[in-house]
Design a protein around this ligand. Structure first.
Ligand code: GLN
Length: 493
């Protein structure tokens, strides 16, 4: 039998429910895998080993509970989600001593279903970044090649899941932070429709863009997590009160792509796209055609404005959201200043890293009286046009498909000297957040030049997660499964 940690979430859940393994055995095995792999990938900011083991032992005494869909399954959480009694830092010195007194809504849901929280994942500070290199606690590394980034900002979560430290993780996506690291690490990552998953307890970066979602090794596992975390929560006024379908059960309803129309936005296949990424994506589109899908060329004409629009809106919202971290209401206080203003200034300049400070300043600038119309208001208008592009394209097809990222995982340090270069790597993911629509990155193979994972991105209609997951599931069944990253996962024991 394969090592416990290299099972899928769905397999381990069934073994646990059938009492073929105990929760203690599964947790012990994942902790051993964390010990073995952390030195190479540095994906965790907090390890909950002892509490997780105690919880597992207690649960084993009671035995599996029928209504608990994740009974005994170890999972990980991005460190931007509040966890009662477990430190939550957002990858920032500002919150280095913060232990929340409540669980995020989605964390409470996972716990109700018997999931065991194994730890908290590293991330770019306050989710601002595309590589985890902005974490105040040092970068994580890509399990496929430790000299490369795992992506970001949910890079720790993607690296952990790819290295089988846990069976799934929950990340957050403001401009691609679930899909891009999923693509770089060869796992599945889903950004749900804005409003599908409650943001209560998700420490805000860009409130109109932020959305939490599952990161797992298969589409089925992704659906199983979404089944639990999706749903209405009165504590988040943007959470939508519509029923939650059974996403995992719906997967079996489709075995081919007959009758499915897949749009290929022409702007996603041009300049800047690495040939190895284009080739892998094209092969999968060809496979979709063989499975019965009709491939339709479409256009998203405002794509070239997406980076500028996103970074104005995200920074504006960040500058407002992060105002609360002043050393008084929230955040670490610098005690060396002689007066109040000095205390604010020092707390904020020592608590926040360089990228966060850059964004607060730019965000404050675009919201200031003299520049609001020229920047923020204009960006809000262009955002509508970008959203309309998606609605028009999706009126002709069921989903859109394109690369998740222009390249495979870049090397550590490759983009750090030039923030603009780093922002440009988000070109294929950010439009979706501006539109509020759901998107998924599916691992489709290894790039023939870099040997690193490539992700195909599928974009769906509002609350269209069911068909997005179904189509991804069919493609997954007809794509050779990626091996485990070499040297990190023992799948043969
Ligand atoms: N890379 C983007 C940014 O830095 C997206 C981050 C995210 O989705 N949290 O804003």
């Amino acid at each position: 039998m394969a090592a416990l940690h290299s099972h899928t979430l769905s397999q381990i859940r069934d073994l646990l429910a059938a009492k073929k393994v105990t929760a203690e055995e599964v947790v012990t095995d994942c902790i051993a895998q964390i010990r073995a792999t952390e030195p190479s990938i540095q994906a965790l900011l907090f390890r909950n080993d002892e509490a997780a083991l105690n919880q597992a032992r207690e649960m084993d005494k009671q035995g599996p509970q029928p209504g608990q869909l994740l009974w005994g399954v170890p999972i990980l959480l991005k460190d931007v989600l509040t966890t009662k009694g477990i430190p939550t830092t957002c990858g920032s010195k500002m919150l280095k001593d913060f232990t929340p007194c409540y669980d995020a809504y989605l964390v409470a849901r996972l716990k109700e279903h018997g999931a065991i929280i194994l730890g908290k994942n590293n991330m770019d500070e306050f989710a601002m970044g595309s590589s985890t290199e902005n974490s105040a606690f040092g970068p994580s590394r890509n399990p496929w090649n430790p000299d490369h980034v795992p992506g970001g900002s949910s890079g720790g979560s993607a690296a952990s899941v790819a290295a089988c430290q846990a069976f799934a993780a929950v990340g957050t996506d403001t401009g691609g932070s679930i899909r891009q690291p999923a693509s770089f690490c060869g796992i599945v990552g889903l950004k749900p429709t804005y409003g599908r998953v409650s943001r209560f307890g998700l420490i805000a970066y860009g409130s109109s863009l932020d959305q939490a979602g599952p990161m797992a090794r298969t589409v089925e596992d992704t659906a199983l997590i979404l089944d639990i975390i999706a749903g209405h929560d009165p504590q988040d006024s943007t959470s939508v009160n519509i029923s939650v379908p059974d996403y995992a059960a719906a997967l079996t309803a489709r075995t081919d792509l007959q009758g499915i129309r897949i749009g290929m936005p022409k702007e996603y296949w041009g300049e800047g796209l690495a040939p190895e990424v284009a080739e892998a994506c094209n092969q999968t589109i060809e496979q979709a055609r063989r499975l019965g899908a009709e491939i339709i060329p479409v256009s998203l004409p405002h794509t070239s404005y997406a980076i500028a629009t996103y970074y104005i809106i995200a920074m504006a919202e960040a500058s407002s959201n992060l105002a609360r971290f002043d050393g008084v209401r929230y955040g670490a206080r610098d005690t060396t200043a002689d007066d109040l203003l000095g205390m604010y200034t020092k707390s904020r300049s020592t608590g926040f890293g360089e990228e966060v400070q850059r964004r607060i300043m730019l965000g404050t600038y675009v919201l200031s009286a003299g520049y609001y119309d020229a920047y923020y208001k204009k960006a809000a208008q262009v955002r509508r046009l970008i959203r309309q592009d998606f609605l028009d394209a999706l009126s002709q097809c069921d989903v859109l498909a394109g690369p998740a990222c222009p390249t495979t995982a870049f090397a550590l340090g490759e983009n750090t000297a030039d923030p603009l270069q780093m922002y440009l790597t988000d070109i294929f993911t950010i439009s979706l957040n501006l539109s509020g629509l759901p998107g998924l990155s599916l691992p489709i193979g290894l790039g023939k030049d870099s040997g690193l994972p490539v992700g195909l991105q599928l974009f769906g209609s509002k609350f269209g997660e069911t068909s997005l997951l179904q189509i991804a599931h069919v493609l997954e069944q007809h794509t050779p499964r990626l091996p485990f990253p070499q040297g990190l996962v023992d799948s043969t024991i």
